[in-house]
Design a protein around this ligand. Structure first.
Ligand code: 5RP
Length: 229
């Protein structure tokens, strides 16, 4: 199995958790895209009756193309199950880094409103300590983002870059903000760093998701393992 096969296997198992009548949060990214595709098949071919809240404009587009009915928080204050990918999963705690796909703000809003938050990853994503392989994406308001970046650097972040598109211009999130990718190195106290980021003026949200996943499905070459906290 290649990496895409692993992502697909985790995504299909997670999609099987969705039952008729559920409100479903749809994550963002390449792994979540396999899940959206599979849920669309269940809606169209099996007549599965669900409504979905996507976590990005891209996932909204994919869901519509797959035939999944879309709803919003105006009609549903809670979500039965959300299925999303992650960039790192800490073994044991199941704390996450998310947001390399720049959708972390809506992802966190939807995850927080969910009874069950299922994370789907391939075997490259688990780590012993968050921050080992990827930076923490931090969504900041455009005004004064250079000053916010300086505050983050004073907290120990090496700011890899304000995220840019391939064409070179600064990336703007679905919410009109910027992303600063902040490398802190291995993070010994995830909750403490999350609290400091929460308290930093100019920071809208960050990609640390401590204690949020209820299940993590890790697809290896042989099987999909289900981890719970
Ligand atoms: C987007 C995310 C994604 O879930 C994360 O980047 C994983 O993406 P992929 O499944 O493509 O590896 O957090 O903001």
């Amino acid at each position: 199995m290649n990496v895409d096969d692993c992502k697909r296997a985790a995504a299909h198992l997670a999609a099987s958790f969705v039952k008729p009548g559920m409100v479903v949060g749809l994550g963002t990214g390449s792994t979540a895209a396999f899940m959206i595709e599979r849920l669309g098949e269940r809606v169209v071919k099996e007549g599965l009756n669900i409504q979905a809240i996507p976590t990005s404009e891209e996932s909204t587009r994919l869901a519509r193309a797959a035939g999944i009915p879309i709803t919003t928080f105006a009609d549903h204050s809670t979500v039965d199950i959300t299925i999303d990918g992650a960039d790192e999963v800490e073994r044991g705690t199941l704390h996450l880094i998310k947001g390399l796909g720049a959708a972390l703000l809506r992802e966190k809003i939807v995850a927080q409103a969910s009874r069950r938050f299922v994370v789907i990853v391939d075997v490259t994503k688990p780590v012993d300590q968050l921050g080992q392989r990827v930076p923490v994406p931090v969504e900041v308001v455009p005004f004064g983002y250079e000053a916010t970046a300086a505050r983050l650097e004073a907290m120990g972040a090496e700011i890899i870059r304000p995220r840019r598109l391939l064409a070179g211009e600064l990336l703007t999130t679905d919410n009109g903000n910027r992303i600063l990718d902040c490398a802190f190195g291995p993070i010994s106290d995830v909750k403490a760093l999350a609290a400091r980021l929460d308290g930093t003026v100019g920071v809208v949200e960050h990609g640390l998701f401590p204690n949020m996943a209820t299940d993590v499905l890790v697809a290896t070459e042989r099987e999909v393992e289900q981890w719970t906290p």
